[in-house]
Design a protein around this ligand. Structure first.
Ligand code: NAD
Length: 484
């Protein structure tokens, strides 16, 4: 784009191998795009050691708020300092809701799949799902992690996947879910995908179940173009993807938000290789290339990418590539790329790219409007050390005179009362599904309190309640296994 426009970029060198890969990337960017003004900021291990529990100091937050773009090295999550990962903190603080991870086969990097033509991009939702980090020990024996999927989050990630596909002239977007089992959470991902896909008729859209997606990725990876998926699925299949094309040394990434974008390699700080001048800077360099495209510097991005690919193609490679020729160190590899500026690889088709439109932040938290709400009952989760035959009558007795009646008791999602004649193993967390005798819009607090007191009176400790609703006549909950 503009050859003279100055870009302020926050640069975080990171931990372990971070300073080496970031220095290599910066060297190449400075040579290809001199109009970048770097602002160095800190995060990670050194910050934890200073007693800042988040691993991210205020100066770094201020810098990112100002520059809105960061090139970031990997951050160690040290054991013993700080509770949370500084990486996840940065992603969450700046709401970088989309993680874009290209997976493309490289010339000069032999793998089991060489020649297959792998060229895909995994678009991973980056802040929700099981990684929202909402966890509880519901009893001393039962841990629960809430899988949080929102209509807003789904809309943003789906639009990002289609917009990214358009920006790279890609033809198809596959949505990978487990909607067949998790009908509400992964189901919302699938239904949102199908709705948003209609806005992009120029791009083919299809759904694939995530386990089959993993199978297909190992069997015929070249069939995929863009894959959009939830946070945990994306975490797993993108590492699988990097394994297909030569390993973590070749896996770049971009964390895209409405206001801020953070560019970083998929790999971590690989501490045992730190300072040894042996690791592969490719993943970080290509993250820098993605950053240059994000800020509109397409020419500089192509210059670095072409020189990097030419270098690999010509047989110069770091230690994680096994060929007949000996490897070179990180610095020598970077110098070779620098020398090859202006050269182009033979076995590589450069894509025509246009800037990606980051979807607008939806103005409301209520995406799916409903006309009619009804509460038809409650799921009350209780702790009880006993059997299904013992708890069932206790819950029935607790319901007397409360306006609720027992539908089922389930344990780990399977009906155990009324007794089924089967014998699933049980734990000390039970879900009592209680229907209101008269459905209401909202049950009165006094009625709910009366029920909980009555449950406690039966020696059952309640730890969690959930409303059972109908939104426009559609049940807001799934049935237990074996429930009719
Ligand atoms: P890692 O990615 O750091 O390293 C795993 C292995 O992958 C290494 O031992 C090495 O064999 C290989 N590898 C990684 N990067 C490479 C490169 N550039 N070139 C060649 N080989 C490379 O994973 P880990 O050992 O599980 O984690 C180390 C630390 O990094 C942990 O503290 C972890 O929390 C952190 N981490 C940070 C990020 C991030 O900052 N985004 C991501 C993952 C892990």
């Amino acid at each position: 784009m503009s050859a003279s426009k100055k870009h302020e970029i926050t640069i975080i060198y990171g931990d372990g191998i971070g300073p080496e890969v970031v220095t290599s990337t910066r060297t190449l960017i400075d040579a290809a795009c001199p109009n970048i003004v770097w602002e160095t900021a800190e995060a990670g291990a050194e910050v934890f050691k200073k007693g800042i529990a988040s691993g991210v100091p205020q100066e770094t937050i201020d810098s990112l708020n100002r520059t809105r773009v960061a090139l970031k090295g990997p951050l160690e999550t040290p054991v013993g300092f700080g509770e949370k990962s500084a990486n996840v903190t940065l992603r969450k603080l700046f709401e970088t809701f989309a993680n874009i991870r290209p997976v493309r086969e490289f010339p000069g990097v032999p793998t089991r799949f060489s020649g297959a033509g792998i060229d895909m991009v995994i678009v991973r939702e980056n802040v929700e799902d099981l990684y929202a980090g909402i966890e509880h020990m519901q009893t001393p024996d039962v841990a629960q992690c809430i899988k949080l999927i929102t209509a807003k989050g789904c809309e943003k990630i789906m639009r990002t996947a289609f917009e990214f596909a358009r920006s790279e002239g890609r033809k198809s977007v596959a949505c990978a879910t487990k909607a067949n089992i998790m009908k509400k959470t992964e189901g919302l991902v699938k239904s949102t995908f199908e709705r948003i896909a209609k806005e992009y008729p120029d791009i083919e859209s299809w759904h694939i179940i995530i386990d089959n997606c993993a199978h297909q990725l190992a069997k015929k990876p070249e069939q995929f173009d863009v894959i959009v998926t939830t946070n945990m699925n994306g975490d797993i299949i993108s590492d699988l993807g990097s394994g297909l094309i030569g390993g973590l040394g070749f896996a770049p990434g971009a964390n895209i938000g409405h206001d801020v974008a953070i560019f970083e390699a998929v790999h971590g700080s690989a501490p045992k290789y730190a300072g040894k001048d042996t690791i592969n800077p490719t993943a970080m360099i290509l993250s820098g290339v993605m950053m240059l495209r994000h800020i509109g510097e397409f020419e500089a991005a192509d210059k670095i990418e072409n020189a990097l690919l030419y270098t690999l193609e010509s047989g110069v490679h770091p230690r994680d590539v096994v060929t007949d020729t000996p490897p070179v160190g990180t610095k020598a590899f970077t110098d070779a790329i620098l020398k090859n500026f202006g050269k182009k690889p033979v076995n590589w088709k450069t894509r025509e790219r246009t800037p990606m439109k980051v979807p607008a932040r939806p103005a409301t938290t209520a995406i799916n409007k409903v006309e009619k709400r009804e509460t038809i009952g409650l799921d009350v989760f209780v702790e009880f050390d006993g059997t299904a035959a013992e708890i069932g009558p206790k819950v029935e007795a607790a319901c007397k005179g409360t306006g609720f009646k027992l539908k089922i008791v389930s344990n780990r999602g399977t009906v155990v009362y009324p007794l089924t004649g089967t014998s699933p193993d049980v734990v000390n967390q039970w879900r009592c599904r209680l229907y209101l005798e008269q459905p209401v819009v909202e049950p009165a607090m006094a009625q709910v309190n009366g029920l909980l007191e009555s449950i406690e009176g039966q020696g059952l400790r309640w730890m969690h309640i959930e409303k059972l609703c109908k939104f426009d006549g559609v049940e807001s909950f799934t049935k237990a296994q074996g429930e009719n």
